[in-house]
Design a binder for this molecule. Structure first.
Ligand SMILES: [Cu+2]
Length: 470
């Protein structure tokens, strides 16, 4: 095939080996200029100006990588490099990523597109890129050592394949993977359908983001890469609430949200106020017979889920991971449950010795969001976010889907807080109340015991002293 020969000539590869290979210095001069993003904001959708048309996605707190058309081939240039990612306002992490950000830019192509991706390695060690979920020649699959030599520091490799099936995919290194993914190297990939596909509906809004997690000690900047389970920052596209942008839609828009999980645990993703269908995975669109309505869908490790719903209820609807420890930011570990423990006397005594001493958690943890506790520099508050009615008491994997009548088609701007119709907000009730029903009785047992216990035991629930494994 002619374009194939041109590709090898262009890339300066002798012999036309199919595996991704180092680009010669001569060819380097012809590389597409890498586009670097310096802001962590949700960028407007990138309307395609060449190639087949499609309805672009919006990457939450991210962006889509522009391409160059070269003889009918879409050429992208990814630069793997250390980046500083603002994970929330006032909290910056030193990560590794692509083109200035972690995650890297979203790559959007159309089914049938021939795609050429130059990958320049500016990391201090070798890397590779695996194109998760794609049908491609084995030598383009990106497993260093197995399918290609690793891309040495300072070198550029080129990948080329045809995006054969439409769907929701991602990319990440397959070389020193534990380190590089713990440092934030990953990105989203969307292949739009070429023609009308009976399993892929038209939508008015199409969002995407990756679930990722970091372990960064309070006051420090760099993730601990050996952590397997005990992460303290649960993020969407390397942002934590309240640093995650809202998903803003127009009333009665059909909305698609694509989610990929590159953490080391599962995340039950939950939407308020609407029911959705899982319309696709990284395996492609789901057959219609397999779809049923849900309000929570579990996204397991290494999986992708594509959900769709009709946004027909106005309001500010919470959208979050249902593991409550994942809607918290870094907390001091070893925090026992002190609910119901009265510390007033002891606190008074300690206060005479240490004036700023504060007992946390005797009435739950909500106090902590109200008391502006001193925290080390560059540390995200554990849970925060001021809503229209006070602190939202959330962190981590939490955002809001804002459904508005007056949101313009295609306008992704934040419309502000919802204005509730008169009389539709829960409020204090002051009229006299009847005694509430309360069930009070000893529990039964299915079979009689041989011996009755000498006395009843009563326990208070105490949270484990470490939150390892959550
Ligand atoms: Cu989670």
């Amino acid at each position: 095939m002619n374009s194939r020969r041109e590709f090898f000539k262009f890339a300066g590869i002798a012999g036309g080996a199919v595996a991704a290979s180092a680009v010669s210095r001569v060819a380097m001069a012809a590389l597409p200029e890498p586009v670097i993003q310096t802001r962590p904001d949700t960028m407007a959708p990138l309307i395609p100006n060449s190639g087949r048309p499609y309805n672009p996605v919006v990457t939450l707190n991210g962006w889509t990588l522009p391409w160059r058309m070269n003889n009918g081939v879409k050429e992208f240039h990814l630069v793997a490099e250390p980046v500083v990612r603002e994970m929330a306002p006032g909290f910056k992490a030193h990560l590794w990523g692509y083109n200035g950000q972690s995650p890297g830019p979203t790559i959007e192509v159309v089914e049938g597109d021939r795609v050429r991706i130059f990958v320049t390695n500016k990391l201090p060690e070798h890397t590779s890129v695996h194109w998760h979920g794609q049908r491609l020649p084995n030598g383009m699959d990106g497993v260093a050592g197995l399918n290609q030599p690793a891309i040495p520091a300072g070198k550029t490799f080129v990948y080329e394949f045809v995006a054969r099936r439409p769907g929701t995919f991602m990319y990440h290194p397959h070389a020193d993977e534990m380190t590089q993914m713990a440092m934030g190297m990953m990105g989203f990939w969307v292949t739009h359908p070429k023609d009308r596909n009976p399993l892929i509906d038209e939508v008015q809004r199409d969002f995407c983001f990756l679930l990722n997690a970091y372990d960064i000690d309070p006051g420090s900047y760099t993730p601990k890469i050996m952590t397997m389970l005990d992460f303290n920052l649960w993020s969407w596209n390397s942002r934590i609430f309240p640093g995650i942008d809202s998903l803003n839609v127009r009333l009665n828009d059909k909305v698609r949200i694509r989610i990929g999980n590159l953490t080391m645990t599962n995340h039950p993703i939950h939407l308020h106020g609407h029911e959705f269908l899982v319309t696709g995975t990284d395996g492609g669109p789901t057959p219609k017979s397999t779809r049923w309505y849900e309000v929570t869908t579990d996204v397991a490790v290494g999986q992708m889920r594509q959900i769709e719903f009709l946004a027909d209820e106005e309001g500010d609807w919470a959208f979050h991971c249902h593991k409550s420890h994942h809607t918290m930011n870094a907390m001091g570990h070893d925090v026992p449950t002190l609910i119901g423990v009265d510390h007033r006397d002891i606190a008074k005594k300690i206060n005479s010795l240490i004036p700023d001493y504060m007992v946390m958690g005797e009435r739950g943890m909500a106090d902590m969001t109200e008391m502006e506790m001193p925290i080390p520099d560059n540390t995200a508050p554990m849970m925060t976010g001021q809503g229209p009615f006070g602190s939202v008491e959330m962190g981590g994997m939490f955002s809001v889907v804002k459904v508005r009548k007056d949101q313009k088609p295609g306008d992704y701007k934040d419309p502000g807080w919802f204005k509730h119709p008169e009389g539709t907000v829960a409020h204090e009730y002051t009229a006299p109340l009847a005694e509430p029903a309360r069930f009070k009785s000893e529990g039964g047992q299915s079979m009689p015991r041989v011996q009755q216990p000498a006395k009843a035991t009563e326990v208070k629930v105490r949270k484990p002293s470490s939150h390892t494994g959550h």
